[in-house]
Design a protein around this ligand. Sequence first.
Ligand SMILES: [Zn+2]
Length: 56
Amino acid sequence: MKAYECLEDGCTFVAKAETEEELIEQVQEHMGSVHDSFEVEEFILTGAYELSANSK
Ligand SMILES: [Zn+2]
């Protein structure tokens, strides 16, 4: 499980996904719909971190 926190000012959105591909997809969708913007894939992967999924 991977997670990525949106870095836009005042935004608390956190994308969570099983794979890097899904994570990027979620972040791009969020950036597009909420911020009318996009994030560079490399930047997302750099900022992504591993999330321990205890509750499945
Ligand atoms: Zn955001």
